[in-house]
Design a protein around this ligand. Structure first.
Ligand code: NSS
Length: 425
């Protein structure tokens, strides 16, 4: 078993160590072979001097190919010429599996890299993005645990839509039509009557018909739902949660590689809140043709969010732009809902709202929207037996990661992005 990782060797200067990893680069110069070794924690240069190793080791280092897996022994020394300031003076170099010619070369195209995603995942950039993804989830879990939220595990196979029929993936469920979950929300709502504050982290599925930079067919959805909270209360939870997730990333050592500074990951709470009406005015003032009542598309969010430096809320959307389950405001035109938008063109990362807790009002809204109530009998029951003010939201993990890592396209926020044109590998 491997016991030492590349990141550990800075504490082992002067010592003889054994490392296992993959060959990242290899070149020969003046009778010395230089191999850059890669593992999950980083890279380090290995120098293999003909006079310091046995002929087999030197021969192995000369013939080793990129991405071969190897075992290396040697002494850790400081050397300012090495890429990380440390070098291993090699005493043994063993090839464990000699790689065939690695198909990914410098300058490979985006589509090709997606075709060989199973190999492209070894890139240092994707490795770091996956670590940051893990960090934001850890930050969320710490916050949720500290604040007594209960984790629950809702089903993925569902019988009814949460976010409207147009983006549903249907599946054959023993001869009946079922769907892949778009959101756990409706199930989370059922759980608050016992656990009060619940969350889940599950894949959500959207059959997105259009190709965009920020839509996946499958994404990681972190959803919270709480009894006794109204629209304002849940916005506070949203900003605290996002701040906790960002704070966890602020200590990440290579953040500047993504064009981010540590300070940018420390959010100033409360985040700015603007009404939908004000957002519409900003968008219109940029020459975009949009009317009160329309939801924001990619272009609208881009111009709006370019006006902000930090994530901000847009609240009280018109009812026609949103979904039946939201709580109506007394104006009879808007919902008590809010989206959290990331700045500088990134756009929506959270959609949330207070929920309609009045049975009659909810039924009326479903009728207006032409929704088959018989499919939601159990959901309506919640308003019959001890209905309670409650609110919740869903955060798209890859959307947040996209903003944190300054990604041009959401596909780099996943191991295997599922988009309209991509199912393999
Ligand atoms: O459709 S949402 O705005 N809202 C809901 O699904 C609620 N039912 C959640 C809830 O209240 N429990 O989606 C929530 C978030 C949205 O803000 C995005 O960040 C993300 O989910 N989202 C997506 N991410 C990636 N790809 C796609 N297609 C996508 N759709 C939504």
């Amino acid at each position: 078993m491997k016991t030492l990782y590349i990141s550990d060797i800075e504490n082992r200067i002067g010592e003889e160590v054994e490392l296992f990893g993959w060959v990242y680069r290899q070149r020969e110069h003046g009778g010395v072979v230089f191999v850059v070794l890669r593992d999950s924690t980083g890279i380090v240069q290995i120098s293999i001097h003909k006079n310091n190793v046995n002929p087999d080791s030197f021969n192995n280092a000369q013939k080793v190919t990129i991405e071969s897996s190897v075992r290396v022994k040697g002494k850790v020394i400081e050397d300012s010429r090495a890429p990380t300031g440390l070098e291993i003076r090699c005493s043994e170099f063993e090839i464990l599996s000699l790689s065939e010619k690695f198909p990914i070369q410098e300058g490979a195209g985006k589509e090709f890299l997606l075709d060989v995603r199973h190999l492209a995942l070894r890139s240092i950039r994707l490795t770091e993005i996956m670590k940051i993804k893990e960090l934001i989830i850890q930050g969320a879990r710490k916050y949720l645990q500290k604040n007594d939220w209960h984790e629950v595990f809702p089903p993925i196979i569902t019988s009814a839509a949460c976010e409207g029929g147009t983006t549903l993936f249907s599946i054959d469920y023993y001869g009946r039509e079922a769907y892949l979950s778009q959101s756990a929300q409706l199930y989370l709502e059922t759980a608050i009557y016992s656990l009060e504050k619940v969350y889940s982290l599950t894949p959500s599925f959207r059959a997105e018909k259009s190709k965009t930079r920020r839509h996946l067919s499958e994404y990681q959805h972190l959803e919270l739902e709480a009894a006794w909270m109204d629209a304002d209360d849940i916005m506070k939870v949203e900003e605290e949660l996002v701040a906790a997730m960002c704070r966890e990333v602020s200590e990440y050592k290579n953040l500047e590689k993504f064009g981010r500074k540590k300070e940018e990951m420390i959010l100033n709470l409360p985040l700015e809140r603007i009404k939908y009406d004000e957002a519409i005015q900003i968008i219109q003032s940029k020459g975009i043709d949009i009317e009160w009542g329309d939801d924001f598309g990619y272009e609208e969010e881009k111009v709006l969010t370019n006006e902000f430096e930090e994530p901000f809320f847009v609240y009280n959307y018109p009812m026609e732009a949103k979904v039946f389950y939201m709580k109506q405001n007394p104006d009879g035109k808007t919902y008590a809902c809010a989206d959290l938008l990331a700045p500088k063109g990134f756009g929506e990362i959270i959609g949330g709202s207070q929920r309609e807790d009045d049975l009659k009002a909810l039924e009326r809204r479903m009728e207006i929207e032409g929704i088959d109530k018989s499919r939601y009998k159990w959901y309506l029951d919640l308003r019959r037996y001890g209905s309670v003010v409650h609110s919740g939201f869903g955060l798209g993990i890859e959307r947040l990661l996209m903003w944190i890592c300054n990604l041009e396209h959401i596909r780099d926020a996943c191991l295997y992005p599922r988009t309209i044109t991509r199912l393999e590998p």
